[in-house]
Ligand binder design. Structure first.
Ligand SMILES: Cc1cc2nc3c(=O)[nH]c(=O)nc-3n(C[C@H](O)[C@H](O)[C@H](O)COP(=O)(O)OP(=O)(O)OC[C@H]3O[C@@H](n4cnc5c(N)ncnc54)[C@H](O)[C@@H]3O)c2cc1C
Length: 337
């Protein structure tokens, strides 16, 4: 029996669809069954029109101020209504924090199953996801329906946004919101303080070399902090770190205060998915081999021409002093700002 596939997405604050949502749509299309679109947001019309040519037979929506913000009760009610109206057997949605909170609950309500953090979708359909910190990959197929899949970015070629300038008639569903929870505001660190930025085009990896004694016999932690934060601010890159660098704080050594274990990439850290990577002052096997496994274009700056991992795993190795290189790069970025 062929599946009815619902591509599910919530809009961003400006009414658009995020990049990861377009990746999920690419994945939904690749399955080849009957495709429907289900959108949630304060106003979903512009988002629907931006993907008018995706081949969906119906565009469903749940819209209104109550659906502008992420909130379990309203989002779960909206997703449930969309899945029922679509009679979907497979639901494909982006792995956003908003959906991560509510879609599993809807799967439970509807007697379905959910797999999250899906990294590949193939024929069958069969999906892949990683277990035990990326050491084991499982291929999963299920007979149970509805089957909900939360997919990671990069799972498929993104569907092009604004594919056709065309009006779309969105069937808006009436959904009662019984929740009394009101979103009164947000408290989050300032954007420039958030160094982990999953949607950034570049992953900047800092290694322990930034804290080591340099040619003049002294360590230059303050310069390192200034250069790294300056680069992150000017480029919008996300900050990754080697384990040695984040572990230093436990050893009572001078550290870069904005780094935590959340920044660590590698075997016992994260394996983020950015199009490009730049590693600096970093020698380790784990950050270069495992931490970078999903990065497509990789460059490294290291004083040591014989650094085997930087040489072996980077597409380009600059044998240079990262302090000097980043000083110059930041100056160039400032000129173009
Ligand atoms: C079970 C296990 C799991 C592990 N998991 C992880 C993991 O998930 N992630 C991880 O990162 N590590 C992990 N490690 C540790 C890993 O093996 C390395 O020890 C670590 O990555 C090394 O960190 P580093 O390259 O920053 O530091 P170092 O090895 O100290 O390298 C510093 C580098 O900086 C360079 N340098 C110094 N000054 C400059 C300068 N001015 N300009 C340019 N370059 C300069 C030096 O040439 C050197 O190559 C794990 C280890 C084990 C045993």
């Amino acid at each position: 029996m062929s599946d009815t596939i619902l591509f599910l997405a919530h809009t961003e604050a400006d009414g658009s669809l995020s990049r990861i949502a377009l990746d999920a749509l690419g994945a939904a299309k690749s399955l080849g069954g009957t495709l429907l679109v289900g959108l949630i947001g304060s106003d979903v019309q512009a988002a629907a029109e931006s993907i008018a040519g995706c081949g969906a037979t119906r565009f469903l929506g749940v819209a209104g101020e109550a659906f502008a913000e992420s909130r379990y009760a309203s989002d779960a009610a909206a997703v449930e209504a969309l899945v029922k109206a679509a009679r979907a057997t497979i639901v494909i949605a982006p792995q956003t924090s908003r959906f991560a909170r509510c879609v599993a609950g809807v799967a439970q309500r509807l007697g379905g199953r959910i797999d999250s953090h899906v990294t590949a979708i193939g024929e069958g359909p069969q999906v892949s996801r990683w277990y035990y910190r990326q050491r084991m990959e499982a291929a999963i197929g299920r007979a149970q329906r509805p089957w909900f899949l939360l997919v990671e970015s990069g799972v498929a070629e993104p569907h092009p946004s604004r594919d056709r300038e065309e009006a779309v008639s969105v069937e808006l569903l009436a959904v009662e919101v019984s929740s009394h929870t009101r979103v009164v505001g947000r408290q989050a660190p300032k954007a420039e303080q958030q160094t982990i930025r999953p949607d950034a085009k570049l992953l900047f990896v800092a290694g322990a070399g930034w804290t080591k004694k340099q040619a003049d016999g002294a360590a230059h932690i303050d310069d390192a902090a200034r250069l790294i934060l300056g680069f992150l601010g000017a480029s919008g890159a996300s900050l990754g770190s080697s384990k040695s660098l984040v572990d230093l704080s436990g050893e009572g050594q001078a550290v870069l205060p904005f780094l935590s274990h959340m920044n660590q990439v590698g075997q016992t850290g994260a394996t983020p998915r950015h199009p490009k990577g730049l590693s600096t002052c970093c020698h380790g096997e784990e950050p270069h081999v495992v931490g970078w496994r999903f990065i497509r274009e990789r460059r490294a700056v290291n004083l040591d021409a014989n650094c085997g991992w930087a040489r072996g795993k980077a597409d380009v190795l600059y044998v240079a002093d990262a302090f000097a290189v980043m000083e110059r790069v930041n100056a160039l970025l400032e000129q173009t700002a």
